[in-house]
Design a protein around this ligand. Structure first.
Ligand code: ADP
Ligand code: ZN
Length: 747
């Protein structure tokens, strides 16, 4: 018997090994094994069991690591697809589909010593008074962790062992699961009665699920993915919950992807509450990056063993071994965090669509502001569009006012941080004891330090980026690489030393500061990654805001997503243009999405909400369409521009980035690569090549970067060609090439 194995070392090759007869029963596709490789022993994953091998002399594999196999054949298939489409080695894709802690040689369950009292013990003739007291702490048949018993009985382990030898106690080891949510009590909820729009959408989804299941064995039909476009508060989550219930009824499981930032205890609880009781009762497993390794291990095995049929998690939860899989939900499908920014550079939403298609699971992509890609697919009939145009309680969408900051304040000083209108609106809310959220997507105090005399700007020594001034810590910090330096008091330039250096631009820290000066009696809190260092900070501030202890919450995109506070009646967007002028064809789309998300935070209680958007470009379409809550309008004008220039979704893009410490070498290599790529042009109709050009941030973490962008309508084919080309390239020392298919970040 022969096993073909992908090794967990960086080699783009598979190797064949003989399976010793005594291991033959345990080896199947997906099994993890230990094999000899040169003089070493390495881990690998069996990817096939071929009849024969082209190689003559095969070595034998050493051991089987885990049974049953951790990777199901279906997940293995998915990893293969990722390797092909995203141009990365199979072992790198395989590493992504299994969490690190699950890949250890030994399973990492936590054991705990338990003491149990037999149900019908033969009571020995004589027990001391003390021994009897200890036993009375346990009912017959009951059990307790030994540590607890020792504490309660104020005794020692040897005393318990003595009781064991008398047959009065049984000491054993048992697995205790680490449950990150153990301390929370959850009250079960019942399905809500849906409104007609929700019912219509759920109906379509359920029909597709039943259709898929009826044909689970054979070919057709393949249900199209659904794009559920519903404004915030339109009841999308309730539809997910009822669709999941249907999957459970059909004996299937479900995966729900949520952006990391929205994976709050609130969100998780909504899912747990629905499925913690009743006939459909099942464990809901949670996978995200804040779990400890042990917790992740336990959650993952709960899924693999089929005890959890519902998984809710961030990006990598798309690989959860749920089987059979009936439904995949990708909430906030437009979120950029679904794209992994290191190899393998997969997009979890797109992987979800592929996985759904292969496993005949129904895929539901939900968003209030769908990505252009998904909406484009819906318009072309590739996805099926479901719309929920109104909020559940028929609440009006908030009134959005756009304030032209060019006509605010005095000419000599530039626009102020707060327009008159926003100041008045805040004052009014404070008086009425309502709450305010202020949004600015930049942390720190000032975005740069400049010397007005000599023109010096403090830049990062490793990146082409100005340093941000953080006043509380009195440092200058690079927001790209984290480089930090004490804030100077005079111009650092040797020849200048001007004491009147100036801080330009603003961040959340300054907004908080100025706000405190204007409203000295208001309770103000800030939420950005500078102040929210720990999970508890985040929970505490949100708790205080919810209970009304905080009047005004200032924050970055941390406050933009998925938070519901009924008493917030005013949302202010301090500087809406911030993301508009970055060199990225998605700048408009991102701004539209962000404004819509932030605006969605206002007025979810009884009082109508108001949103004030401050901007220097009030007529920009992203701002105007967001003001009117007009997604379709925004799409129409944006898609026209993408089609004209053949940018995604009108095409697929691939971004090739070369980086190295020596700029000349990088540029030279990039030029050479471009000449090789030119050879592809005759084979791909309509292939567009651009570059090499310096990356918008030429230098990052002391590496110079040059980019080449390719655009095509035949991405799968181009990926294959790129993989070959990349494999044949000999890069000079200290020069690296990254291939990013369907890139989300162009900087
Ligand atoms: P979305 O996910 O689209 O933002 P949610 O599903 O969170 O919307 O719904 C918003 C609020 O409306 C929630 O508090 C939810 O419990 C409630 N809700 C949803 N559907 C219904 C319904 N059919 N009847 C009553 N309340 C509903
Ligand atoms: Zn830097």
């Amino acid at each position: 018997m022969i096993a073909r194995v992908t090794l967990e070392v960086a080699i783009r090759k598979e190797f064949d090994y003989l399976v010793p007869p005594e291991l033959a029963e345990q080896v199947e596709v997906g099994t993890r094994v230990k094999v000899p490789f040169g003089a070493r022993q390495v881990f690998g994953c069996v990817t096939a069991l071929p009849e024969s091998s082209p190689h003559a002399k095969l070595r034998s594999l050493t051991a089987v690591i885990s049974r049953p196999s951790l990777i199901t054949p279906r997940v293995l298939d998915l990893a293969r697809w990722i390797a092909d489409y995203y141009c990365c080695p199979t072992e790198s894709a395989l590493r992504s589909v299994l969490p690190e802690v699950v890949r250890q040689e030994k399973e990492a369950w936590r054991y705990q010593r338990m003491a149990r009292r037999p149900a019908n013990p033969d009571t020995p003739a004589r027990l001391t008074q003390r021994q009897q007291e200890i036993l009375q702490l346990l009912e017959p048949g009951a059990e307790m962790p030994v540590s607890r018993l020792l504490e309660k009985a104020r005794t020692t382990l040897s005393t318990l062992k003595r009781l064991e030898s008398l047959g009065c106690l049984i000491l054993s080891q048992s697995i205790t699961e680490r449950d990150p949510y153990a301390h929370e009590t959850i009250l079960p909820t019942e399905p809500l009665c849906l409104n007609p729009e929700q019912s219509a959408a759920l109906d379509r989804i359920i029909r597709a699920m039943d259709g898929q299941r009826a044909h689970a064995g054979g070919g057709r039909p393949e249900a199209q993915p659904f794009l559920l476009h519903g404004v915030t508060g339109s009841g999308k989550t309730e539809i997910y919950l009822q669709a999941i219930a249907h999957a459970l009824k059909n004996g299937q499981g479900a995966i729900v992807l949520v952006p990391e930032i929205s994976l709050t205890p609130q969100t998780v609880e909504r899912f747990k509450a629905r499925f913690c009781a009743g006939p459909l009762r099942t464990l809901v497993a949670v996978l995200h990056s804040h779990l400890s390794a042990g917790e992740r291990h336990d959650e993952w095995h709960k899924i693999r063993q089929g005890r959890s049929r519902i998984v809710i998690g961030a990006r990598s939860a798309i690989f959860a071994p749920v089987e059979p899989l009936g439904l995949i939900v990708v909430d906030e499908e437009h979120e950029h965090s679904y794209k992994q920014e290191e190899a393998p550079r997969y997009h979890a939403r797109d992987v979800a669509v592929v996985r759904g298609w292969r496993e005949k699971a129904v895929v539901v992509l939900g968003s209030a502001t769908p990505s252009l890609e998904s909406y484009f697919n819906a318009r072309r009939g590739k996805y099926c569009l479901l719309e929920l145009p109104t909020r559940v309680d028929d609440q009006k969408l908030p009134l959005v006012r756009v304030i032209d900051m060019r006509s605010e304040g005095r000419h000599d000083k530039g626009p102020p941080v707060f327009s008159r209108r926003l100041r008045e609106a805040i004052a009014q809310r404070l008086e009425r004891k309502e709450q305010v959220m202020l949004f600015l997507n930049r942390r720190g105090y000032a975005s740069s330090l400049q010397c007005p005399k000599c023109g010096y700007v403090a830049g990062c020594p490793q990146c082409s980026l100005a340093l941000t001034y953080h006043r509380r810590d009195q440092v200058l910090r690079c927001h790209l690489c984290g480089h930090q330096a004490p804030a100077p008091v005079v111009c650092p330039s040797e020849t200048c030393r001007n004491p009147a250096i100036r801080y330009a631009g603003l961040g959340t820290e300054k907004v908080e500061d100025i706000l405190g000066q204007i409203f000295p009696r208001a309770v103000i809190s800030r939420m950005d990654s500078d102040v929210m260092k720990r999970k508890e900070d985040y929970r505490r501030v949100l708790g205080d805001f919810r209970t009304g202890k905080i009047d005004i919450l200032v924050g970055t995109q941390m406050i933009a997503k998925g938070l519901h506070f009924p008493n917030v009646t005013l949302v202010g967007i301090i500087y809406a243009d911030l993301g508009l002028h970055v060199p990225d064809f998605r700048a408009g789309e991102r701004t539209f999405q962000l404004l819509t998300q932030v605006a969605g935070r206002a007025g979810r209680g009884d009082v109508e909400g108001e949103v004030i958007v401050q901007t220097l470009t009030p007529y920009h379409p992203a701002i105007q369409f967001a003001r009117r809550h007009d997604y379709a309008g925004f799409y129409e004008q944006e898609i026209e521009f993408r089609e004209q220039l053949q940018y995604p979704p009108a095409s697929h893009a691939a971004l090739l980035t070369l980086r190295g410490r020596n700029e000349d070498k990088v540029r030279f290599t990039a030029d050479h690569l471009r000449r090789c790529l030119d050879a592809l042009i005759p084979h791909f109709k309509g292939l567009i090549l651009a570059g090499p050009a310096p990356a918008p941030l030429l230098r990052a973490e002391s590496y110079y970067r040059y980019q080449i962008m390719l655009r095509t309508r035949q991405m799968s084919r181009l990926s294959r060609a790129l993989a070959e080309l990349v494999a044949s390239q000999k890069l000079p020392e200290d020069t690296f090439l990254a291939v990013d298919i369907d890139p989300m970040s162009l900087l």
